[in-house]
Design a protein around this ligand. Structure first.
Ligand SMILES: [Zn+2]
Length: 441
């Protein structure tokens, strides 16, 4: 697979929904995380090495988002620097400002008991389980376990080396390079070379067994507690067919592999990470009761993970596409067609308050179910306007033109216009920029 390397779009301002997260003055190009995790005391010790690039201005200080860990050592370009750490910000002051366009490295050594970030959507980031841990960071949980430039547009490659007690399996983003057991601990080294947003980096630790559900062309593996393996064999049996369908519809799978982790505990919703998704024990019932969610999480690998929002205002480009992928899987696998799903979603939304503006829902509504439903609906309405051929060509071109890059709603509407002979301005205005629900024609 040829990964087109697109540099992140220069951003001049902070994310309007999370103005205190991220620093637009520099870019992290690669994270190397060396972690040691002990599940029983929930103790994490780590070293993070970041390879970075300054922007167009000299940089007098480097600001990272990072939770309340005990920090023992901080280096910039191999030299110790002055630093402060308060209110979730680690601020480093090199002896001299870093030159514009200069490459530099940051190294942070730390330890502590990781705790999730509390938010209006529940807990985010590193979370201790009964027996292990998970990481699900969308949108702002990443600083709960490593120092980062926490904004979705700042994508980087990741290498992670995680040591844990040997009975535990450790699953992280990308390909497993090595697994080495010494005494009672095992070190797992993973590499994710594709540009990855900080919220999509993850580590999962648990007493999991491994179930390979496809050897190729995209290797697909499920990690689950022994008691759930039988149900997983049945519940994820359609995932290889979903993968083939989505490759047909959206173009090549963007990463080297796909892993699913099923935790031993219940989760509110499954969550996507780069090349990986996490499901709760409650999403596996041996009857494929959550199959639409299997499709939803897989679709995020294209829409959200490869094609990533430039900032969180554009979240419908993640969730609307993943929702529509659910409907497409249903349609193509002998279930209800997308038109029937759209009609049901439309009836449901009609009965609810119509104050949600898809292209800028505001922070408090960014995970509102109406955003998911209306996001799927606008795509279905567009399918009706463009016709089958141009609509699916647009879907595929969207995934291809912005592969491993970041996007805005305006990028989508302008690409859609290229696939339409009639002006789409009025169509997009009523679907994306106005709260009132348009009729579904
Ligand atoms: Zn989703």
């Amino acid at each position: 697979m040829s990964a087109k390397q697109t540099s992140p779009r220069p951003q001049s301002a902070a994310d309007p929904y999370f103005p205190t997260h991220g620093d637009v003055r520099y870019h992290v190009h690669r994270y190397e995380l060396t972690l040691d995790y002990r599940p029983a005391p929930n103790r994490l010790a780590g070293a993070a090495r970041l390879t970075c690039l300054t922007g167009p201005d000299p940089l007098a200080d480097v600001v990272l988002d990072f939770a309340d860990f005990r920090i023992t050592r901080v280096l910039v370009d191999g030299r110790t620097v002055r630093w402060t750490h308060r209110a979730g910000k680690l601020r480093l002051r090199p002896a001299r400002p870093l030159r514009p366009g200069a490459a530099f490295t940051v190294e942070v050594h730390y330890s502590g008991n990781p705790r999730p970030v509390r938010s209006e959507w529940g807990t985010l980031g590193w979370e201790e389980l009964e027996d292990g841990s998970l990481v699900a960071s969308q949108p702002i949980g990443a600083p709960s376990w490593y120092p980062c430039n926490d904004r979705p547009a700042d994508k980087a490659a990741y290498q992670m080396s995680i040591t844990a007690p040997s009975p535990y399996a450790v699953v992280a983003n990308g390909r497993l390079l090595t697994r080495t057991t010494r005494a009672s601990s095992t070190t797992w080294v993973y590499e994710q070379p594709a540009p990855t947003a900080s919220y999509l980096a993850t580590v999962q630790v648990g007493q999991y067994q491994q179930l390979q559900i496809s050897a190729g062309p995209v290797p697909q593996t499920v990690y689950a507690p022994a008691r759930l393996i039988g149900s997983c064999v049945h519940d994820f049996a359609h995932q290889p067919a979903m993968m083939s369908l989505f490759v047909d519809l959206f173009g090549p799978y963007p990463f080297g592999e796909y892993a699913v982790v099923v935790t031993d505990e219940e989760l509110d919703v499954p969550v996507e990470a780069q090349g990986l998704s996490t499901f709760g024990a409650n999403h596996v019932d041996g009857r494929r009761g959550s199959e639409r969610l299997v499709a939803h999480e897989l679709a995020h690998q294209w829409f959200g993970n490869s094609v990533t929002v430039a900032d969180w205002r554009h979240i419908w480009l993640n969730e609307g596409f993943a929702k529509y992928a659910e409907w497409l899987w249903s349609e193509r696998s002998g279930g209800r067609d997308a038109a029937a799903h759209a009609a049901m979603a439309h009836a449901k939304l009609k009965a609810l308050p119509q104050d949600l503006v898809l292209a800028d829902p505001g922070r408090s509504l960014m995970f509102d179910d109406r955003l998911y439903q209306r996001g799927g609906l606008v795509l279905h309405a567009l399918r009706g306007v463009l016709g089958e051929g141009p609509f699916f060509a647009l879907f595929r071109e969207w995934a291809d033109a912005h592969r491993h890059a970041v996007v805005t709603t305006a990028d989508f509407t302008s690409l859609a216009q290229h696939h339409s002979s009639r002006p789409l301005h009025a169509f997009f205005t009523e679907w994306l920029y106005v709260g009132t629900l348009p009729p579904l024609l």
